[in-house]
Design a protein around this ligand. Structure first.
Ligand code: TXE
Length: 482
């Protein structure tokens, strides 16, 4: 593995000489290195993307018709499926995620390209009624060159959703993957060239956020930034974008609640409540990390969840158990410290999972932990743990359930479990968040479903047709013809 970026249709050595070690989270061992990109590397990638777009969108990528872009995206989706196992294995090694999850991510990556391939030539403006003697129309234009800052938890899914939509809308892209998970996206850029994407349409610069990431946000050649990551970094990305009036989409995680009412189908709910927090070892922005349960079924739900949590096993990605290790030592410490603090503060552990005996002692394995009776104002109920740690708490009635659900700084996703149709919609309408799932959660990924948050969970929408609109700018053309 050579430490290179992917710029202008090929692997390119970094302009600096430094590299970043690639660590296998399952044993803490170094197994490669990536380039530590700097502002000069970012500049080279932005120039390549601008060249692909052309000054007046007349470059090799900028001049393509929607039909041509759609056909290329369809080819990319098919090629990702051909390289499916290779990409999944690479991702599992790089991030530690269970192989099953990495395979699902590769499928989702292909699905985003398929979805947006079909959407390219359905994206259009409008004609507007106006004064006599005029015809007014709107045209959806690409921004130009878009920057994509990707976290480590779902590199393929998150890059797929934002790069897929951006390319479909006609932009050229510069991607800055997370320093802990860059391998699959470097490979993706190569595959894009193999299927015929013009040089510069999709570039990848690896490196640290404070260096390559910050340089991308500050670059005047970037016309839109899509960021997924922590609330704190999202704020600095937003500020950097504001400095030069650059539009930005921020997807910043959450503390998503699932509300379980007494009339819920518990047989259906409990496995979904479990999966919503242990999937990808809890390192999911939309993880259902708080479960609020109506008092009369509270003990029953805690009992059933405890049985499930006790059976959850973590182990090496290749063993494909319920969970793999966490991404890195920093994340491992964060989760361990939050669990220890909660216990020290007297929050009760209802159940714990186990780590398999063949897991390396140097890997970042965190067992699943179920906390009960979690105080609504505690750290565990308010802060994103980003690990397999679930906070369960009771509520007395619908009003209290809504108050607790809305009682954090976040607002990304919520789940509502009830058979009462009136309550389903009444509660969904009162929840402050970007997605509500009723009697399900996560809807199997939902490539088609607009996704994003309110409050500290960010703004703007990824996924679905809505994301496509966000990667365009609307131009109004008024024609006076008498
Ligand atoms: O995130 P960062 P980190 C949460 C989770 C986790 C915490 C910290 O709680 O424990 O964030 O993780 C790039 N300018 N989430 O430190 O810093 C960085 O290189 C431009 C939630 O990994 O947000 C990486 O590519 N870019 C989350 C990306 O930002 C910068 C997913 C995310 O890193 C930058 C991941 C800068 N100044 C973590 N600084 C979710 N919402 O899914 C860093 N980056």
């Amino acid at each position: 593995m050579t430490a290179t970026h992917y710029i202008d249709g090929g692997r390119v050595a970094s302009q600096g000489t430094e590299t970043i070690a690639v660590i296998d989270p399952s044993d803490g061992q170094r197994f490669g290195e990536i380039a530590r990109g700097n502002a000069a590397d970012v500049d080279a990638a932005v120039r390549a993307a601008r060249k692909a777009m052309g000054e007046n969108f007349d470059g090799p990528w900028g001049a393509m018709t929607a039909l041509e872009r759609g056909r290329l995206l369809a080819k990319l989706g098919a090629a990702v499926m051909q390289h499916h196992e290779e990409l999944a294995q690479l991702e599992a090694r790089d991030t530690g995620k269970a192989l099953r999850v990495a395979r699902n991510d590769a499928t989702a990556l292909a699905r985003y390209f398929e979805y947006y391939a079909g959407a390219c030539d359905k994206l259009h403006g409008d004609t507007l009624p106006y004064e006599r003697g005029y015809t007014v129309l709107t045209v959806r234009m690409p921004h130009g060159v878009t920057g994509h800052i990707i976290p480590w938890n779902y590199p393929m899914q998150i890059a797929g959703r934002s790069v897929g939509a951006s390319l479909a809308a006609g932009n050229a892209c510069v991607v800055k993957p997370a320093e802990d998970a860059s391998l699959s996206l470097l490979r993706l850029a190569e595959i894009a060239t193999e299927v015929g994407f013009p040089a510069g349409a999709l570039n990848v610069v690896t490196g640290y956020g404070r260096e390559a990431g910050a340089a991308l946000c500050a670059h005047r050649g970037i016309d839109h930034i899509s960021f997924t990551g922590s609330t704190i970094t999202g704020r600095s990305v937003g500020l950097a974008a504001a400095e030069r009036h650059c539009p930005v989409t921020l997807e910043l995680g959450g503390k998503s609640p699932q509300l379980v009412f007494a009339d819920a189908d518990l047989d259906a709910a409990v496995p979904v409540l479990l999966n919503a927090i242990i999937q990808n070892a809890g390192q999911t922005c939309s993880a259902g990390s708080r479960v609020l349960v109506e008092q009369s079924v509270y003990e029953e739900v805690v009992k059933r969840l405890s049985e499930c949590f006790s059976a959850v096993r973590s182990g090496p990605p290749a063993d494909d158990l319920d969970m793999g290790p966490l991404i890195n030592e920093k994340q491992f410490r964060q989760v361990r410290d939050m669990v220890a603090t909660a216990e020290a503060n007297g929050v009760k552990v209802a159940a714990r999972g186990t780590v398999s005996s063949n897991a390396s002692a140097n890997g970042y394995y965190q067992e699943a932990v179920l906390f009960r009776d979690v105080p609504a104002d505690s750290e565990l109920a308010q802060r994103e743990v980003f690990g397999p740690v679930l906070a369960v708490m009771p509520f007395a009635d619908e009003a209290e359930a809504i108050r607790l659900a809305n009682g954090t700084d976040f607002g990304l996703v919520a789940g509502v479990w009830t058979r009462d149709g009136g309550r389903q919609l009444r509660v969904a309408n009162k929840l402050h968040c970007g997605q509500v799932f009723i009697n399900n959660y996560g809807a199997a990924g939902g490539v088609e479903l607009p996704f994003g948050g309110v409050k500290s969970s960010g703004f703007g929408r990824e996924k679905g047709f809505e994301a496509l609109l966000g990667f365009t700018t609307l131009k109004t053309i008024a024609i006076k013809h008498g």
